[in-house]
Each structure stands twice: as C-alpha cells, then as structure tokens.
Design a protein around this ligand. Structure first.
Ligand code: F3S
Length: 401
C-alpha cells in the first residue's frame, strides 16, 4: 500500500503514539483488503460506545488516546439516555462508566450526540459520492444505498482511527467495482410501512453480504429504506443495496442484469409477523426507534398515542436533536406514559435485559434482541405496537382502526 512521506512519518511514530496506532490499524486493514492508498474522508461515525458492549477494556483504550479528530465525527448510541438514565433503571455504576466513555470520546473532539441516524441531523452533512468511515451497520447501509455515499462497515477502532487521521484505506465500497449489484430480488407483492423491515429480515438471510438490487411494486419512502437496510445488515451483512428506479446509483448508473435472481413472496414476509403468535408469551416491553425514529415516525407515534394511556412499558428511541426539535411530539408521547428515550436504544442498553419478551417494529431489533438482550422478540407494525402498549379496552375506545 502506497503511503505518502507524511503518512510514513506518522507510521514511524513521529506524530505521537495515538496517530501511530491509528495509522497502523488502517494500514493493516488496507493490506488485508488490497487497498492501494489512504483516501480523505468527509466524516466518521463511531460505534463501540455502550459500556454494555465495550466493558472496562474498551474504556481504558479510549481513555489513553490523545489528540483531536480531523473530520466531523459522531458517536453511535450509548447504553443509556445521557440526561435521564434513571428512567430506565440503569444502575449508578453503569452510568458512571458510561459517562467516562463519553468524556473520553469528547476529549478527542468527537460529537457526543449518540445516534445511529446522523444523516438526520441538521448540521451533519453527507452527500452523494462522499467517502466516509462509518461503523453502525444501519447508518452504513443508509449512507451507501440511500445517499450514495461510500463507506465500508468499519469497526469501532477503525472508524476512530480514520477520524483521528481524516483518512481511510481505499478498498471495498469506496471502489466502483464493489458497488455493482450481485443478486436481484423481485418482491412479488406491494408493501406497507413495516413490511420493509420484515422484507429486510428475510432478504438479509438470503443474500448474506452480497449487494442486492430490488425490484419492488411499491415506491418506498426514506424511512422504509432505512428499515429495509437496517434489517438486511442485521439478519445478513448487507452494507449496500439498490432499489431499481429509487436509490441514486440505481437511477444514475446502468447496471447489467445480475446472474443470480431471487423472488420473495408475501408469505415469507408474513412469517415475520407470525412471531407474535409463536412467542408463547405476551410482550412485556414495547419498543420502537431502531434505527432512531425520524421526525415522521415521531409524528406518527404521537398521533397514535394522543389521548391514550399505555399500560405496558413503551420506549421510543430517537436522537436528542430530533426530540428537541419536535417538543410537541415528545410531549404527546410522554403524556400517554410512553417514554421518549435519547442517546441509546433497545439493543445496546442493558435496560432491555430485564424483560423476557419485547415487541419491536424493526427487522434489525427483531434480529438482535434475542442475542444481545436475552429476550424473545416479536414483530409488529407501529400501530400494533401502540395497541399492545395501550391494551385492548383503550384500543377500542380510541378507535384508531
Ligand atoms: Fe440504531 Fe440500536 Fe437499531 S444502534 S440501528 S437503534 S440496534
């Protein structure tokens, strides 16, 4: 891998130990994946924030790093709401460790708004063709597929290294040849909102880490693409997908027919919803906001909950910026007894581990909650999540069906 004179000096430790470690990580990855050089990045998004997944070893590693990031950099969700952690009964010990992790990242100049939807923030600019080093899998999928930016699915340490150097190794999804569809997926039915998460869950299992191109009968909105990509990244390892006539590269570039073709039918999608009946127990906790809720999703939750009272724990995850930007939605949701929770999510917070059955409207959470939280997961659309949280009597009284 070619290095400039300055990069050679960094590798020799002439710019300090932190940058030496950072470039060593990037060069090692570049050598493994056949990168020709390092390329500048526009931003970094760093996963490995929750104390639940990092532990003391991760905290120690970050605390020892020196210097400042060279490009706008932001964190993935942490293990708790940084301002109201008591609400989900997080222990004081966990909270203290979590705050130390955030402080260590802050010292490096990283923005500590912990979200997996940085592209939804007003001042976190990302556009078509931008090279990035992002690490949360749904954010990576959205950036690559829906925005047409270019990022590999970085690990926490490699994204942090890229942030500190302002560069990443030029391989994988940074290169045109790796962005070409490898398998086409025909979906034989029209799709409603939460069907996209269920479709992603099914499709990810079928395609693994290949780049799929979908032919759909419906035109998905941005939130539906977000749900589709997040689920495929979790049940499979899809970091880039295209949708014929919808996503930017599928519209701009003339992709050839793929040799491999798959068809997905309605009954395969319906099977994901049948998890509710198969769980053998009632959900104790209802969660939405994986990936973090957009403004439209917060609005929909507020409209569904307005004038009702929940009888089960109901957590709605979003970024702090969106919760603040739309205080009226937050107020309506919280008036129902549901909680708007920022900086964290149902998967990376230890709070979910206290429940044995969790309802989600996300294909990604559906895939991860069992392994990461030790709870059964059942899948339903947002309306069903609200009905489950509110209970039967109020559902009838509310009359939203
Ligand atoms: Fe985001 Fe957590 Fe889901 S990080 S994509 S809300 S698992």
């Amino acid at each position: 891998m070619y290095l400039t004179k300055e990069e050679e000096q960094i590798l020799n430790g002439e710019a300090g130990e932190t940058l030496r470690q950072a470039i060593e990580i990037l060069v090692a990855l570049g050598d493994i994946y056949g990168a020709d050089r390092l390329i500048p990045i526009k931003s970094a998004q760093i996963a490995g924030v929750s104390y639940k997944t990092m532990g003391d070893a991760g905290l120690e590693w970050i605390s020892d790093l020196q210097g400042k990031v060279k490009v706008p950099s932001i964190l993935n969700p942490a293990g708790m709401d940084l301002e109201a952690w008591e609400r989900l009964r997080i222990s004081p010990d966990f909270a203290e460790k979590q705050k130390s992790i955030i402080q260590a990242y802050k010292k490096l100049g990283i923005r500590c708004e912990c979200t997996c939807t940085p592209y939804a923030l007003e001042d976190f600019d990302v556009g078509y063709g931008d090279h990035l080093a992002w690490s949360e899998s749904s954010a990576v999928s959205y950036a690559n597929s829906v925005i047409g930016a270019r990022t590999n699915r970085e690990g926490g340490p490699s994204a942090l290294s890229a942030a500190l150097l302002g560069k990443t190794a030029n391989y994988g999804f940074h290169l045109d040849e790796n962005r070409v569809p490898e398998v086409s997926i025909d979906v034989e039915c029209s799709l409603q909102k939460s069907d996209y998460g269920a479709l992603g869950y099914v499709a990810g299992k079928l395609v693994g880490s290949k780049v799929p191109i979908f032919r759909l009968k419906s035109i998905p909105e941005a939130d539906e693409l977000k749900a589709l990509g997040a689920a495929m990244a979790a049940s499979g390892a899809v970091a880039l997908y295209h949708v014929n006539g919808v996503t930017p590269e599928a519209c701009k570039l003339d992709f050839a027919e793929t040799a491999e073709k798959i068809t997905i039918e309605r009954n395969q999608i319906d099977e994901v919803y049948e998890s509710r009946g198969k769980a053998g127990e009632e959900p104790e906790l209802i969660t939405i906001g994986c990936p973090h809720c957009s403004a439209a999703e917060l609005k929909m939750a507020a409209e569904l909950l307005e004038g009702k009272t929940v009888s089960k724990e109901f957590w709605i995850f979003t970024s702090r910026e969106l919760a603040k930007r739309y205080p009226e939605y937050t107020r309506i949701i919280e008036k129902s007894g549901a909680k708007v929770v920022c900086d964290t999510c149902m998967v990376v917070s230890p709070a979910t581990n206290s429940y044995s059955c969790v309802m989600v409207n996300s294909g990604k959470a559906f895939a991860y909650v069992p392994g990461m939280c030790g709870a059964k997961a059942v899948y339903g659309d947002m309306e069903t999540c609200v009905e489950e949280a509110v209970g039967r009597t109020q559902k009838k009284a509310g009359g939203f069906h």
